[in-house]
Write a protein that binds this ligand. Structure first.
Ligand code: COA
Length: 152
């Protein structure tokens, strides 16, 4: 049986499941409070579901004609199945339709899986922010700043 994949807006009733995914997927996860605070008018937040189960989400904020991807996560049990790719492609299409010119993001220098996904989706490295992220060992790690230009 083929899976039924849907990409839709995040709703308040989704937060518990999103928080589960957040904790399972990230090295240093957001708190529930941070997750809930990153919602609202200026955000463009999408979830991806397989057979009606939420398996991932993307959170981005729009300022004038630019947007920043604050978070993207796929449930580890569903990673490596092109779901992150489909979610990010759909986000890029929707942002372009809204007139957004550039999508920015930051990614840990050690997060090669995410960097590969971003390169596949047309992002280029712009600069490095030194010691930007905390690590679980109490140290700091560089961030790569990447951008995708949507005027295609
Ligand atoms: C990064 C993330 C969102 C990618 O989602 P995904 O559904 O697993 O990725 P996809 O299956 O769409 O893969 C797209 C490409 O990314 C790379 N990639 C992603 N996950 C990978 C993995 N586990 N192993 C190797 N390559 C991987 C590959 O290049 C892949 O393309 P390919 O299949 O043609 O080789 C997901 O792995 C995740 O949630 N990671 C933890 C949270 C995180 O790091 N978020 C990003 C920083 S905020």
């Amino acid at each position: 049986m083929s899976s039924h994949i849907r990409i839709e807006w995040i709703e308040p009733q989704d937060f518990e499941r999103l928080f589960e995914i957040e904790q399972a997927a990230h090295l240093v996860p957001w708190s529930m409070g941070t997750l809930k605070n990153n919602q609202g008018e200026r955000y463009h937040n999408l979830k991806i579901s397989v057979n009606q189960q939420i398996v991932g989400f993307a959170i981005s904020q729009i300022v004038v004609d630019e947007a920043t991807l604050f978070n993207i996560a796929i449930d580890p049990a569903f990673q490596g199945q092109k779901l992150g790719f489909q979610l990010l492609q759909q986000l890029l299409v929707q942002l372009q339709q809204k007139g957004i010119k550039t999508l920015w993001l930051e990614v840990r220098e050690s997060n090669h899986n995410a960097q590969k996904l971003y390169e596949q989706c047309g992002f280029n490295e712009v600069c490095v922010r030194r010691d930007y992220y905390p690590t679980p060992e109490g140290k700091r790690e560089n961030a790569l700043v990447m951008a995708a230009y949507l005027s295609f």
